[in-house]
Design a protein around this ligand. Structure first.
Ligand code: GLV
Length: 326
């Protein structure tokens, strides 16, 4: 067996195969075999003598923690999002940050389409009607009427990898796609994907469904606020599989309660897990899933492989597979 590198890597929780084996073969590791995130105190203590860390989006790697992690050279997050990491401080301290893009794109796009169909066709309401024993008539002409997707407009906010994958899927349902992105994509690509660029306000005011695929940062925090929600049609739906804080949840609640928009499908929340007393849970025009965009065996296996290889490449002096651009 090859000699281990003289580096210590912290693995903050139980990640799927093959991460542990790969890192254990090559490094000294401190591994926490737990399904739950590490308590902050344990994280702070354990990271101090480590050269690298593989973490999840539950581990808040803020300035305070990073200041105490003097040996740390690489943060490999087992996620595409990195809003839990203080990138400015990492850059200042020459700490490399890597993530796991691409490999979870299809899974997240699939879930988005699942949510789109669920709200368009009242799948969650139908499910709960049966479970609450309220399905009393076998078939009825006016029962649970939803909306076809064909010819409807899907507005995509954030046209990165996942936004594009959602657009491709939605096109095959016959939907028209408009998108807003900070930087407009090339005209030739727009034509190829059959998507039209619009301002954020146009996307919100003319779409039947709006799906958010932006990353969370100080510019995009509450990008969907009260004023933006007011632009949406009262018959339209909002879907979010990115980050909860892209939407002002209070404003969304008021819009949903007062029929400002017709409904929402949310996989992510400002506070996770959602508070069981959250007023959102009283609404019947929302479909909820518990932050499972990348939760497929295929995506999680590949995320595991890449987050380990990012660390290995780095300490072997090679380029990590997916460096976060500062
Ligand atoms: C999940 O939300 C991720 O960022 O990978």
């Amino acid at each position: 067996m090859a000699k281990k590198l003289n580096k210590k890597i912290l693995i903050t929780r139980k990640f799927p195969y093959p991460l542990l084996k790969l890192l254990d073969e090559n490094f000294h590791i401190e591994y926490f075999d737990n399904e739950d995130p590490l308590p902050r105190k344990t994280l702070v203590k354990s990271i101090q003598d480590c050269d690298g860390v593989v973490c999840s989006l539950n581990d808040k790697l803020d300035e305070k923690l990073l200041q105490q992690s003097k040996r740390l050279k690489i943060i490999s997050t087992y996620s595409v999002g990195y809003d839990h990491i203080d990138l400015k401080y990492a850059q200042k301290s020459n700490i490399v940050v890597t993530n796991t893009p691409d490999v979870l794109t299809d899974s997240t796009a699939d879930l988005t389409i699942g949510l789109l169909l669920a709200i368009a066709r009242n799948i969650n309401i139908g499910h709960s009607i049966i479970f609450s024993k309220k399905w009393t008539e076998s078939w009825s002409p006016n029962f649970l009427l939803g909306s076809e997707l064909k010819d409807k407009t899907l507005g995509i906010v954030g046209y990165g990898r996942i936004g594009e994958a959602v657009a491709k899927r939605a096109t095959s349902f016959g939907m028209k796609i408009i998108y807003y992105n900070r930087t407009r994509i090339k005209k030739s690509i727009e034509n190829l994907h059959n998507v039209k660029y619009s301002t954020l306000d146009e996307v919100l005011s003319s779409s039947d469904f709006v799906s958010i695929h932006a990353s969370l940062n100080s510019d995009s925090f509450h990008i969907i606020n009260e004023a933006k929600l007011k632009l949406m049609k009262s018959t339209s739906y909002l879907i979010n599989t990115s980050r909860g804080s892209l939407i002002d949840e209070n404003a969304l609640f008021h819009s949903l309660e007062n029929c400002g928009i017709a409904g929402a499908a949310l996989d992510v929340f400002e506070v996770e897990p959602i508070n069981l007393r959250s007023k959102f849970l009283k609404l019947n025009n929302v479909v909820f899933t518990p932050h499972i965009g990348s939760a497929t065996n295929e995506a999680r296996f590949r995320m595991s492989d890449i987050s380990a290889r990012n660390v290995l490449n780095f300490f072997l002096g090679k380029k990590p597979i997916s460096l976060v651009d500062f």
